[in-house]
Design a protein around this ligand. Structure first.
Ligand SMILES: [Zn+2]
Length: 308
């Protein structure tokens, strides 16, 4: 009988190992998630990380999102010291949730210690508050720190007379925080009532993929909801819906274009046009003369106490 020798091989090899062998930097080429073509990284950057061949919109970090929209050096980050909380002392196997969150925060390219970065920016000199999620941080799931950052951003915007732009890409609530994460849906939606009381607009930009408790709360209740082309947006994913309803879903279900056709969003905006679209929206919705004092007076007039 012939003896067969099995050699133990690593189950996978990282791109870095391959690149060291071929002496090609691992960030020189990116593979398009749409057409599969390899695109030179510099070319992709110049095109706002949109495939020049098929218009596939690559995922961006919160920092890249903000850099793409904000005037140079206008970003003033807020609440960077707010960090993930672990109210349930949650553990999966040998890994503690809080340690995993800290490790992700340590290697993230964002200043924030959570899946949400917030602060003040300007777009061609127009001030606004931005709150952008980072999908690479635990699927940009919404935990207590995320909710608190967003609530604080809304309050400051209302007090200073600034509109709010949220950029959302999320898997939904942070289940490692249990009920505390679900409460963030109510907390964040209520925080935007402050903005409504001050008669300031909330613009929501939905980017791929946006699901669960984020779509089911503040991201969908904005005054204007726009989305990037091809973004998948919904509550439960299509496979779950097909299993529950036992029906075949229509072509393009849960894409931004499908939602626009069915009246759930207001506009599909290519990435290169988002900045100009927001500038127009701010001009239309925010009175140029509104200052912080007047905004505070609106809050008091609406019976909302300011401060905090
Ligand atoms: Zn492509």
């Amino acid at each position: 009988m012939r003896e067969i020798i099995f050699r133990r091989k690593p189950s996978f090899r990282t791109g870095r190992d391959d690149d060291q062998q071929s002496n090609v930097p691992d960030d020189m080429w990116r593979k398009c998630g749409g057409c599969g073509d390899l695109i030179y990284a510099r070319e992709l950057e110049r095109a706002h990380h949109v495939c020049p061949r098929c218009s596939y919109h690559f995922r961006l970090s919160a920092r890249q999102r903000i850099e793409l929209l904000a005037d140079a050096d206008s970003y003033e980050p807020w609440d960077e010291s707010l960090t993930t909380n672990d109210p349930l002392n949650f553990t999966t196997g040998n890994e503690r949730y809080i340690e995993r969150a800290r490790a992700i925060a340590a290697r993230s390219d964002n200043d924030a210690n959570e899946a949400l970065s917030s602060g003040r920016i300007e777009i061609d000199g127009r001030p606004l508050v931005v709150a952008a999620t980072d999908f690479s941080f635990m699927g940009a799931s919404m935990g207590s720190a995320y909710g608190e950052k967003l609530a604080r951003a809304c309050r400051r915007a209302a007090e200073r007379g600034l509109p709010v732009l949220t950029i959302s890409s999320s898997g939904g609530a942070r289940m490692q925080e249990g009920l505390f994460s679900l409460m963030q849906m109510a907390k964040t939606t209520a925080a935007f009532d402050l903005l409504r009381a001050a008669r300031l607009p909330h613009f929501s930009l939905l980017v791929d993929p946006c699901y669960g408790g984020v779509t089911a709360s503040y991201a969908a209740t904005a005054d204007i909801v726009i989305a990037e082309p091809g973004a998948r947006i919904g509550f439960a994913g299509p496979r779950v819906i097909e299993q529950v309803t036992r029906q075949k879903l229509p072509e393009g279900f849960q894409t931004a274009e499908f939602l626009l056709d069915h009246g759930l969003i207001d506009q599909v905006v290519p990435r290169a046009e988002v900045r100009a679209t927001l500038a127009t929206l701010i001009d239309l919705f925010v009175p140029q003369s509104l200052n912080a004092q007047q905004a505070a007076a609106r809050l008091v007039g609406a019976g909302v106490s300011s401060g905090g």
